[in-house]
Design a protein around this ligand. Structure first.
Ligand SMILES: Cc1ncc(COP(=O)(O)O)c(C=O)c1O
Length: 395
């Protein structure tokens, strides 16, 4: 039995008739760009996220870039994020004209460490005479922070929002992997959805995401009407209405066909997320007590949606090879921390700068995780992990 890392066909078989009806509708009305399908999806997704506004765009990268640009960051500003994320996070920061600077992640959740953020703000920044917070590393003003809700689990948002407030920073959530993830805010005394806690948030609808398009897609959510209006202009050549350009923008719209397909899938998202949580609980239960692996940690304040189920083992290559030969797909998210990527050599970070990220990067492995993963398939994955971790190794 082959077990893929991800099955992108199963959800489309489940919804084949409704999805093909959308494609027909778009073809027969030629409503390819903008229009009611996009607006209807935006309305449904903002309701799903408990956010006041949703602006659909062409990708998660554009969503983050537009959100940052619309939030008022200025060219040359520093935006703080983590080195344990996909490069799109920092691409969006750079492409918005800002400079990414990193703080390390928490050892248990693998998301932004609040302690490290606090240390950065307290010890690696100074206030200048005009009241700007300046990064000692680059000499530039620090104006925003982008926590990434990695693997489907939200970062510790109460603490991040509190620190950001204290230092006058804007918070833009990278929720590209976290559609439907929840965080219990002690401050607000209720569960909050990803995409509803920062000034704005970016979502990706890349096909493999918990809510995936049949191509590229993304969205910005926000409670700020002005910001939403600016993102609408940015995605559409800076237009307020056709051929009236208040600024230069981009070609960053979501296709109507993708909006329609996403709208068909959206009512299933909560159920699919529940199935992912159930599969995660299955892995947790069957692998608990196995000393050769560390399992994902979900704090009491988190309801993760397991975009990825990531374990750690100190013989990752051996385990991945063993699983591969048993027909089981795995992946690594991500093998090289961003501060050590060639693309960021000019930022002058060095090995040892972010020890937690660097350490986990050599141990993490993502196991098969998708809503349609059967109990039988999961048992086989677990069996093979147990066979590998309990067999004697040379040396
Ligand atoms: C954490 C994170 N940020 C941003 C993105 C960018 O999304 P997209 O691929 O839709 O541009 C992704 C998606 O891969 C992601 O995982």
């Amino acid at each position: 039995m082959e077990i893929p890392f991800l099955d992108l066909i199963a959800p489309h078989v489940e919804l084949e008739q409704e999805l093909t009806a959308i494609i027909r509708r778009v073809l027969l009305t030629a409503g390819f760009v903008g229009g009611p399908m996009v607006e209807e999806f935006e309305k449904a997704f903002r309701t799903f996220c408990d956010a006041g506004h949703c602006v659909a765009v062409s990708s998660g990268t554009d969503a983050l870039r537009f959100a940052l640009m619309a939030s008022g960051i200025q060219p040359g500003d520093v935006v703080i994020t983590v080195p344990n994320t996909f490069i799109a996070t920092t691409e969006a920061i750079s492409q918005a004209g800002a400079l990414p600077e990193f703080v390390d992640i928490d050892e248990q959740t693998y998301n932004m460490s609040v302690d490290k953020l606090q240390q950065f703000l307290e010890k690696q920044c100074t206030w200048d005479k005009s009241g700007k917070l300046i990064s000692q590393r680059s000499g530039r003003p620090v104006t925003a922070v982008v926590p990434v809700h990695l693997y489907g689990q939200m970062a510790d948002m109460d603490s991040i929002v509190r620190l950001a407030g204290k230092y006058g920073l804007t918070v833009i959530e990278d929720a590209c992997q976290a559609h439907g993830a929840e965080y219990f805010s002690k401050k607000l005394n209720r569960w909050m959805k990803a995409g509803s806690m920062g000034l704005a948030a970016a979502f990706s609808f890349y096909p493999g995401k918990n809510l995936g398009a049949c191509g590229e897609g993304g969205a910005v959510t926000t409670n700020d009407a002005t910001l939403a209006g600016t993102v609408k202009m940015l995605r559409d050549h800076g237009q307020v209405k056709k051929y009236y350009h208040d600024m230069e923008g981009y070609n960053g719209r979501l296709d109507a066909i993708q909006a329609g397909l996403l709208h068909v899938k959206l009512p299933h998202l909560a159920g699919w997320n529940a199935q992912r949580r159930d599969r995660a609980a299955g892995y947790n239960q069957s692998l608990a007590g196995n000393k050769a692996v560390s399992l994902p940690f979900e704090p009491a304040w988190s309801r993760a949606v397991y975009h990825l189920y990531v374990i750690r083992t100190n013989d990752r290559e051996g385990m991945m090879n063993h699983l591969k030969s048993a027909g089981i797909g795995t992946a690594i998210h991500y093998p090289i921390p961003l501060h050590l990527q060639k693309a960021y050599a000019s930022l002058n970070y060095r090995e040892g700068d972010f020890p937690v990220t660097e350490h986990i990067a050599s141990e993490i492995v993502s196991l098969p995780m998708f809503p349609q993963l059967t109990e039988e398939q999961q048992s086989r994955v677990v069996e093979e992990i147990l066979a590998f971790t309990t067999k004697p190794h040379p040396g």
